[in-house]
Design a protein. Structure first.
Length: 76
């Protein structure tokens, strides 16, 4: 059987162990919107998250440290 280049990549959602929570979906959407506007640095992403109105899990505004902690906790 001949393998193609696409055989090396995961199918969407293949690595999921559970369905994302509503919060995780909202966070992902906010991150995608930031990237779509050309933001690709952490400081810009944190600023975009704060403008989006989505607070961090603790209810605080996002900081770079809080973002790193949250992404690590989500296992991304």
């Amino acid at each position: 059987m001949e393998r193609t280049m696409t055989d090396r990549y995961l199918e969407p959602h293949q690595a999921r162990t559970r369905t994302p929570t509503t919060y995780e979906d909202l966070l992902g959407d906010a991150i995608e919107r930031a990237y779509a506007t050309g933001i690709h640095d952490l400081a810009g992403l944190v600023e975009a998250l704060n403008r989006s109105g989505l607070t961090s899990p603790s209810g605080q505004l996002w900081t770079e440290a809080i973002y790193r902690e949250e992404i690590a906790a989500l296992g991304v």
